[in-house]
Design a protein around this ligand. Structure first.
Ligand code: AGP
Length: 606
């Protein structure tokens, strides 16, 4: 997720652009850049890696006087975190400059065509292709038409703003699946990824829809569809505070990120599913075919995604898997065998224990893989093969969208490994087909947010909880307990439902609620028996159950339903009510759920 901004009007563009980028830095902080159309007519551009401060320092000894400009804060998706890969990107003649939020899926084929026509590229990014494509179209079309035709050749997502040295007082912007809005001022126009960037200058906004192109000048704006038809767009008046706009209207980043999960999963699987062949595209190397055992190491929530992955890979790929806490792995004497693959999972890519485990495996010349969100992070650079999560920054300390994205990518890896071994085409097609539905299925679960909020209030006076599950949902029991602990500082314990009778059942009474994850899966009846054992001892019961399950209503005090899906994919759905329960529980106790006490978003110390 990146942030873009554009300004054209009667004021100096630079301060407006920089201020807007500052308010969008939460969207991406790998690097930033601006391009300003100077009064002299030339476009000046400056970029810097790292926080926006670095850009401001570079700019300080330059005076940008122009009144038209664009800017960008980058969350790297294609191409490492380097100055060359920072936006804005330009064409060969340094006339066309582009800032972009999104992913151009067909950029390689477009780039190959442009290279053949003699275009020279400076970066590894998908975005730069757009600048050269517009340059190519400009040879036989006017500016607006050139941008329109270029976008019609693009497959993927974009929120984009374009500056053209030859048309000084015009910015062309367009949107496809990445948010973009126009700001309407007196004798000036703005475009930005979100309102937080322009709220200080205007509260009159026009939201662009997918497939729309806008032309901005100091006199006003016009919006067209990609078929050149003029669109009649409504102007809205923003009431949000600055902080609220950064959270897209949500009270906390954690809740925003829980609700972002459908989009996050869609981005994690984008361009990676081959439904016809029942295969996935992960840029995997031939080495993976020779893998005989997979060792997984990670921390916290990432570790628990690995525990779910263990069930997936063993059941559907027939590969033995061992999962270790990274903080343990590096101190025991792991015995590596020929054919081992070492998989590390980390949202930040900077967790010290996970990095240490990765280095231990590399020392022993083991094939290493990484599932990571932050492009260019230490882990992304050091792991042999990498699968990026593409979910944008996760700001809330409690990991939510990163976790469901990790589970989804582990399902993709299961297909990858499985189909290179005994998994049939039919099975592969069935799993791929079901993975495609997951974003929509999560939407269904999110619709129960109000009911879950009520439950969090109803149970808010309890100070101890048991979370219970079996098989694929045992790690979800641990994850649900971890969410409650880290957000509301209440004691919660994840436990195997089948293990209750070996001790913990002694604790059950009316003061200890149990949260059972009990979808209609291969261990449903067994878990129902465990629920009956708890009920017989008057323990309050909340159940996460499959839609349509009537039996559970007779056994549990409260039920939250999730849609039916493949057993191996239920964890992606069953964790969502537990995320919401922990969130509302912590809020009801008055805690800062985005910044829980004693915790850091990335534990870069051992
Ligand atoms: C989860 O909610 C926690 N924030 C924490 O356990 C986290 O998952 C762990 O520190 C691993 O972080 P990573 O994914 O960035 O490596």
């Amino acid at each position: 997720m990146c942030g873009i901004i554009g300004y054209v009007g009667r004021q100096r563009a630079l301060p407006i652009i920089l201020d807007g980028l500052k308010n969008m830095e939460y969207r991406g902080y790998d690097s930033s850049g601006v391009a300003i159309k100077e009064t002299s007519g030339k476009i000046k551009a400056i970029k810097a890696v790292g926080p926006l401060l670095n850009l401001e320092e570079k700019i300080s000894d330059n005076n940008f006087e122009g009144s038209t400009g664009i800017g960008h804060v980058r969350w790297a998706t294609h191409g490492g975190v380097t100055e060359k890969n920072s936006h804005p990107h330009m064409d060969c003649k340094r006339k066309i400059w582009v800032v972009h939020n999104g992913i151009i899926e067909n950029y390689q084929e477009l780039k190959a065509q442009l290279l053949k026509k003699g275009h020279k590229f400076q970066s590894e990014t998908d975005t730069e292709v757009l600048a050269h494509l517009i340059e190519e179209k400009l040879k036989t079309n006017n500016y607006q038409e050139a941008v329109r035709l270029a976008l019609k050749e693009v497959r993927g997502t974009y929120g984009v703003a374009v500056l053209n040295q030859d048309e000084p007082e015009k910015i062309i912007a367009a949107r496809n699946f990445s948010p973009l809005l126009l700001g309407v001022g007196e004798g000036e126009c703005f475009v930005a990824s979100d309102a937080s960037a322009i709220l200080k200058h205007t509260t009159k906004v026009v939201y662009l829809d997918d497939g729309e192109l806008a032309v901005l000048t100091p006199k006003g704006h016009a919006v067209y569809d990609l078929g050149r038809n003029l669109r009649d767009k409504k102007t809205h008046h923003l009431e949000w505070s600055l902080e609220k706009t950064q959270k897209n209207g949500f009270p906390h980043f954690m809740l925003k990120e829980i609700f972002e999960q459908p989009e996050a999963i869609a981005n994690s699987i984008r361009g990676r599913l081959l439904p016809e062949e029942g295969l996935v595209k992960l840029g995997a190397s031939e080495d993976l075919k020779k893998v005989k055992r997979i060792l997984i190491a990670a921390c916290g929530t990432a570790y628990l995604s690995g525990k779910v992955g263990e069930y997936m890979l063993e059941e559907y790929a027939g590969i033995p898997v061992e999962v270790d806490l990274a903080s343990e792995f590096r101190y025991r004497k792991p015995v590596f065998q020929k054919g081992d693959a070492f998989l590390v999972i980390s949202q930040s890519g900077e967790t010290a224990d996970t990095l240490a485990a990765l280095r231990e495996a590399k020392e022993k010349n083991v094939l290493t893989l990484g599932v990571v969100n932050v492009i260019g992070s230490t882990l992304a650079r050091e792991a042999g093969l990498g699968v990026y999560q593409h979910i944008g920054p996760e700001i809330g300390v409690a990991s939510t969208k990163a976790f469901t994205s990790q589970l989804t990518i582990l399902a993709l890896l299961t297909i990858l490994f499985g189909r290179s071994r005994d998994m049939s085409v039919i099975t592969g097609q069935r799993i791929v087909k079901e993975i495609k539905k997951i974003p929509h299925l999560i939407q269904t679960v999110l619709k129960q947010d109000a009911a879950i909020k009520k439950l969090a209030k109803k149970y808010n006076h309890f100070n101890n909880f048991l979370y219970l599950g079996r098989k694929y949902n045992l790690p979800i029991a641990y994850e649900g307990a971890l969410k409650l602990k880290e957000i509301s500082y209440v004691h919660a314990e994840g436990y195997g439902a089948g293990e209750m009778k070996h001790g913990p059942i002694a604790m059950i009474d009316e003061n200890l609620p149990s949260i059972f994850i009990v979808p209609q899966d291969s261990v449903y009846e067994k878990t129902i028996s465990n629920i009956e054992e708890v009920r017989a001892r008057k323990g309050p019961i909340i159940a996460i159950a499959t839609e349509g399950d009537k039996k559970i209503t007779r056994l549990a005090d409260d039920v939250i339903y999730i849609p039916k899906t493949l057993e191996m994919l239920t964890p992606i759905l069953s964790v969502v009510p537990l995320q919401l329960f922990a969130y509302h529980f912590g809020v009801a106790r008055g805690y800062n759920v985005d910044r829980p006490r004693n915790l850091a978003k990335s534990v870069t110390v051992e």
